[in-house]
Design a protein around this ligand. Structure first.
Ligand SMILES: CC(C)(COP(=O)(O)OP(=O)(O)OC[C@H]1O[C@@H](n2cnc3c(N)ncnc32)[C@H](O)[C@@H]1OP(=O)(O)O)[C@@H](O)C(=O)NCCC(=O)NCCS
Length: 153
C-alpha cells in the first residue's frame, strides 16, 4: 500500500476523556518519568480547551496541555508526539495552537520548563521564539535541572 500520509492530514482538536488511553500511551513512550494516568485524567477534567490532541486518520498522534497562571501567563505543562510521527511538524502545530488558545484567553506570555538535556524540545521551542529565562536546579524528580523558557505572545 502506498502511504500518502502527510503533515497536512494532521488536525488539532480539543482532547476528550475518550483520548486518555492514547494520550497515556504517548506519554509512556515519550518520558523517562511519565505523568501517572490519573494525573492526566485530572488535567483532562480541569484544562478545558487547553488540553489538545493532534490526530491523523482518527488516531491520536500527539498531545499538548496548558494551564493559565497569574499575570496573564499561559503555562505549557506538557507536549509529546508519538515516536513515528516526530520531525513532521506535529509538535510545532500543537504549540502554535496552544499559543493561539492562550492568546484568545488574553495571556501575554507563554512559559514552560524543559530538561537541560532535552535538545530536541529546546530546538523546537527556540525555533518558536522561546528564550531561556532561568535555570531551575533539581526541578525534576530524578534531580535534573530545568530551563525556564518564556515567549511573549
Ligand atoms: C519535543 C517533541 C514534542 C517535538 O515534536 P515534533 O513533532 O518532532 O516537532 P517538529 O517536527 O514540529 O519539529 C520542529 C523543529 O524542532 C526541532 N527538532 C525537533 N526534534 C528534534 C530533534 N530530535 N533533534 C533536533 N531538532 C529537533 C527542529 O528544528 C524541527 O524542525 P525541522 O524538523 O524542520 O528541523 C518530540 O520530540 C517529543 O514528543 N519528544 C518527547 C517528549 C518531550 O520531550 N516533550 C517535551 C517536554 S519539555
Amino acid at each position: 500500500m502506498i502511504d500518502n500520509t502527510s503533515d497536512s492530514d494532521v488536525i488539532i482538536r480539543t482532547a476528550t476523556y475518550r483520548d486518555l488511553d492514547d494520550i497515556y500511551r504517548i506519554e509512556v513512550e515519550s518520558f523517562k518519568i511519565p505523568y501517572p494516568r490519573k494525573y492526566l485524567a485530572v488535567l483532562l477534567a480541569l484544562s478545558g480547551d487547553l488540553f489538545i490532541v493532534a490526530e491523523n486518520n482518527s488516531k491520536v498522534i500527539g498531545y499538548a496541555v496548558g494551564v493559565l497562571r497569574h499575570g496573564n501567563v499561559g503555562h505549557v505543562i506538557s507536549i509529546a508526539v508519538s515516536k513515528e510521527w516526530r520531525r513532521k511538524g506535529v509538535g510545532t502545530k500543537l504549540m502554535l495552537e496552544l499559543e493561539r488558545r492562550f492568546k484568545e484567553k488574553s495571556m501575554s506570555t507563554a512559559m514552560l520548563e524543559v530538561r537541560v538535556s532535552n535538545k530536541a524540545a529546546m530546538k523546537l521551542y527556540e525555533k518558536l521564539g522561546y528564550k531561556i529565562a532561568d535555570r531551575i536546579r533539581r526541578y525534576y524528580p530524578d534531580g535534573e535541572d530545568a530551563y525556564l523558557m518564556l515567549k511573549r505572545l
